[in-house]
Design a binder for this molecule. Sequence first.
Ligand code: MG
Length: 349
Amino acid sequence: MVVLFVDMDYFFAACEELRRPELKGKPFVVGTHPEKDKFRGVVQTCNYEARKYGVHSAMSINKALELCKDLVYVPDDYKYYDEMSAKVMKLIRGYSFPVEQDSVDEAAVDLGKISYENAKRTGEEIKRRINAETGLPCTIGISYGKYLAKMVCDASKPNGFGIVTEKEMHAFLDSKPVGKLPGVGEKTEAKLKSIGITTVGELAKVNPVALIDKFGSAGVDMQQLAKGVDDGKVVSTEETLSIGRQSTLYRETGDIEVIGKKLKELSDDVAKESARKEFMFKNVGVMVRYSDFTQVTKAANMTHYSSSSEDIYKMAISLAKDLINGKIVRKVGVRVSALLTTKGQKALF
Ligand SMILES: [Mg+2]
C-alpha cells in the first residue's frame, strides 16, 4: 500500500493572501478581533513572516501584537476557508482513490498497490493542480502507511514534496524527536524523556517491557511506529464539510429564552450527529431567519476542537444574541464545521 498525505500550507493565511495579495510579504495573523471579544482574541494561524517574530497559533492576539508592532490583523472567515477546502478536496477526490479527510486542510489518500514511481507522478500532478486550480500552496508526503506519510509531509513543509520508502525509513525516522511521531503529545514526550528516550531511534530500540510499564499496550504500538511499522489504514470519510440542523419556532418571537431553548435542542442534535459520524469540530455557526424571511448567519471559531453539545450551545447563543437584537425570529439553525475526524484515533498514544 502506498499512502499520499496532503496538507495545505498555513491554510487560512494562504487563503487570505490569495484574495488580498497586498498581504504578501507582510507579517499577519488570522484571528478573532480582541476588541470584539477579548476572550477569543486568539491567533488561529499566521504566515511565515509573522512566525519570524515568534508569533504562533493559539497565542493571544494582544501578545502577538507585542511581539510584532507591524503585525496586520485579518478577521477570520470560515465560510470562505470551507469553500477553498471543498475545492481542494473535490480535486483530490476526482482521482477516485479512497480519501480520508483529516481536517479542513489535510487528507490521506490510499493509492493502493502502485510503484513509488507512479505514486510520485500522481503526487506531483496533484500538487501542481492544487496550486494551479486553487492558487494555494500545499505539501505532499508519500510513504507506505498513513502515519508515516503524514510525518514525511510534515518534514517536507512548506510547499514541499517528499517520498520515503521502506528502505529509507530508518534513516528518516531515527534522529527525529519522538514528538514528531503522530499521536505523541507533550505529555507522552515528557514521560518518554523521563526514561531516557528523546529520539524515535531510541524508542525503536528500548526494551518493550519499559514501555508497557509506562504506557500499557499503547507503548507497543508506539514502538512499532518508531520501527517504521505502520498499519494505519486510510478510512474513507464522507464529503462532510459541516453538520447542521434547522428548525422553525413554534411561533415567531424575539424572546431570547424561547429561542435559546430551541438552540439548545439543535445543539444537542448536532453534537449527537457529529459523534455518530465521528467528527470533532472547531467552528460553530448559527442561522437566523427573521419574520420578514430575510436570513443571516454568523460563525466563530472555538480555541479547541470539541465534541460537546454544551460548547456548541454556548457559542450558538452568544452568536444568536448579536443577530436577534430585539428582532422577531421565525427559524433558527445551528451548524458545526472545521471538522476533524476521530476515526482511527485509538491508535493515538
Ligand atoms: Mg495545514
